[in-house]
Design a protein around this ligand. Structure first.
Ligand SMILES: CC(C)(COP(=O)(O)OP(=O)(O)OC[C@H]1O[C@@H](n2cnc3c(N)ncnc32)[C@H](O)[C@@H]1OP(=O)(O)O)[C@@H](O)C(=O)NCCC(=O)NCCS
Length: 181
């Protein structure tokens, strides 16, 4: 388990299925996510979860459930496609329970993942992409030390308009400098 101040990150379990399925069919949540526009069947979500729970989390793919300290499963997060040569991975997060948005849970989750990425996985860089209109996510990532590195202009068509994909990243030395000040 990875411990934050507000959250615990644990392995996903088969019982998490109904919640994950509900989040992945809530357009207020999925409009911020890659590939989120198409409704997802229970069978599709079960298949995804079976793979996620059957395969041990490991260096190349870490996927975890985000729980509050009193045991409420509010979302999922992970580090994906870690490269042993480049020491880099992509961070993904969804707080699916909307009542928990903007209360610090995302920031605490990202901080716990970064600590794990740099102190345990020995990564050098963590990267992510977020849509330009996702200002809450960008604020959350900035608080954790990510900086904007560039934009893929009009990369996505969402809710009737093209939007930029904002690329954000943090290097280990930046994280260390911020952690020790
Ligand atoms: C993005 C997400 C992970 C952030 O987690 P969170 O717990 O809601 O965010 P936090 O409370 O930790 O931090 C968000 C910050 O943004 C601020 N914020 C909220 N809405 C904002 C807005 N519209 N514009 C600017 N800042 C905003 C909050 O006030 C907070 O800052 P503060 O702590 O200084 O007040 C979460 O909202 C989520 O999963 N959303 C849906 C899916 C998603 O967007 N995933 C990320 C895809 S890249």
């Amino acid at each position: 388990m990875l411990e934050g101040e507000l959250v615990t990150l644990r392995a996903l379990e088969p019982d998490d299925l109904d919640r994950c399925h509900r989040w992945m069919n809530d357009s207020e949540v999925t409009r911020f996510l890659e590939g989120g526009r198409y409704p997802l069947s229970m069978a599709n979500e079960r298949e995804w979860l079976e793979t996620a729970t059957r395969t041990r989390s490991g260096f190349s793919d870490v996927i975890l459930a985000v729980e509050t300290k009193d045991g409420v499963h509010i979302g999922n997060a992970g580090l994906h496609e870690a490269s042993p040569e480049h020491r880099r991975a992509y961070l993904g997060i969804v707080i699916g329970e909307k009542d928990y948005w903007s209360k610090g849970y995302g920031t605490d989750t990202v901080r716990a993942l970064l600590r794990f990425a740099f102190e345990q996985m020995n990564l050098n860089r963590v990267e992510l992409g977020t849509f330009d209109f996702n200002e809450r996510a960008q604020a959350c990532y900035r608080k954790c030390g990510f900086v904007e590195e560039g934009r893929r202009r009009e990369d996505r068509f969402i809710d009737g308009r093209y939007c930029d994909l904002v690329i954000m990243g943090i290097l280990r030395r930046e994280w260390e400098a911020a952690s020790h000040t």
